[in-house]
Design a protein around this ligand. Structure first.
Ligand code: ADP
Ligand code: ASP
Ligand code: MG
Length: 402
């Protein structure tokens, strides 16, 4: 079998942890499999580099950031390769460029356009273990790009899809996908399987165990994706697969929490046709991912508009809002919010799922500020201080520990 393995920041967080990863790879290699391993930077490294950059500039240019941040994963790929070579295995490390990962020009959040797998294929044919620096590629103009936070997951899935690997195993510090973050709710249960769509919702709604774009790519390319732990590699993880492969469809599969949300309140906006279109087009052009939107009933030709954006986009959003100073009486930004979400494909065919979520919040006296729903999810914006309580109450309300 050809296996693509990915080791996240905590899995390569120290030199001992890198040796542990070498042991995992050696075992898989000894079992007769071919291995491409994608590695992240050592945990905390990417944040440290970002901080360094910000000591010199509030807004460093995105190309310099990519040059800087991509270095973290190159360090671990080379170290892991050196370790394996010393222990009698032939390994070769590759940067994103050497691995043939070509992206568009959106530095710091580049999209993979295609992967030229010839270097990797050649090395595998020679019996080598290929170690790829995750999270990065090269633009068509030959400049280094990075794929957005958590992007090593995407590197692994994209390579697995392009090279038609038999499986893509994402090794992290938990042994699979749980009904919610086990660090928040210790009673969370590990799932044997979860559908791509549910995993995509959970990931997009804050469960950082897998990067959402990697799940989207896995679904598109039909990659056999497994989430498991490098701390307990003998434990089987969770398979992320097609909905039809899952016999028993739970009503609710999981609860997600996203603390990186800001609620933008636009008060007394001029209520004229096209105003919402103008505002949200301007936000979209600035690449701001607006999530939940509510508009209240207009009074005296004025209406209130509330929406949420990711914390990182605050400054850009403030810039965009300047255009609308004439159209609105007041704008405020509330950072003290978070989003809790209930996800499950079973919701499609059952009633009363949302009511249960609202009752769980009511029981704890938690005020819901904004609600949004889709076929398979219910999201609520609440005050940050209730984040963990809300997750646990929802987990309880749907009996997810049973
Ligand atoms: P890595 O550094 O390996 O990429 P991450 O920190 O990005 O790892 O993701 C792993 C973390 O995701 C876990 O430590 C866990 O706290 C968190 N997490 C959030 N939601 C879930 C969930 N539903 N199941 C498992 N882990 C989750
Ligand atoms: N090192 C990058 C980050 O911290 C990419 C990754 O770990 O997936 O976001
Ligand atoms: Mg991650």
């Amino acid at each position: 079998m050809l296996k693509v393995l990915k080791f996240g920041g905590t899995s390569v967080g120290t030199l001992d942890r890198i040796q542990n990863v070498a042991e995992i790879i050696k075992k898989i290699k000894n079992d007769g499999h071919d291995v491409i391993a994608v590695v992240s930077a050592m945990s905390g490294e990417t944040n440290k580099l970002i901080e360094y950059a910000h000591t010199f500039a509030k807004k460093p240019t995105s190309h310099e950031l990519d040059m800087l941040l991509s270095s973290g994963e190159r360090v671990t790929s080379a170290l892991l390769s050196i370790a394996l070579n010393e222990q009698g295995y032939i390994a070769t490390s590759m940067s994103g460029r050497e691995a043939g990962i070509v992206t568009d020009n959106s530095h710091t959040k580049a999209r993979i356009e295609h992967i030229d797998t010839k270097n990797m294929t050649y090395a595998i044919k020679e019996g080598k273990v290929v170690i790829v620096a995750g999270f990065q590629g090269v633009t068509k103009d030959g400049r280094i790009s990075t794929l957005g936070r958590g992007g090593s997951d995407l590197t692994a899935v994209a390579i697995a899809g392009a090279i038609k690997a038999d499986v893509c195993e994402i090794y992290t510090d938990v042994d699979g996908i749980y009904t919610t973050d086990p660090r928040i709710e210790p009673k969370a249960k590990k799932l044997d399987m979860i559908s791509y769509d549910e995993m995509l919702e959970l990931a997009s709604l804050g469960a950082k165990v897998l990067q959402n774009r990697s799940v989207e790519m896995a679904k598109k390319l039909n990659v056999n994706l497994v989430s498991r732990s490098s701390f307990t590699p003998e434990v089987e993880g969770t398979l992320i697969t097609k909905e039809e492969n899952i016999m028993e469809k739970p009503l609710v599969s999981g609860i997600a929490l996203d603390r990186n949300q800001i609620r933008v309140g636009m008060y007394k906006v001029r209520d004229i046709p096209g105003i919402a279109a103008t505002i949200f087009t301007a936000l979209a052009s600035a690449d701001i991912n607006v999530d939940m939107i509510v508009q209240t009933v207009a009074v005296d030709g004025r209406t209130d508009l509330d929406f949420t954006i990711p914390t990182d986009d605050l400054e850009t959003c403030e810039g965009v809002m300047k255009i609308f100073e004439e159209d609105v009486e007041n704008i405020d930004y509330n950072e003290d919010v978070c989003k809790v979400s209930v996800v499950g494909v079973g919701m499609k065919s059952h009633t009363g799922v949302a009511a249960k979520a609202f009752s769980a919040m009511a029981k704890e006296n938690i005020n819901i500020r904004i609600i949004s729903t889709s076929e398979i999810k219910i999201s609520m914006i609440i005050s940050q201080k209730y984040a963990e309580l809300a997750v646990r109450s929802l987990h309880d309300a749907y009996n997810l520990d049973k």
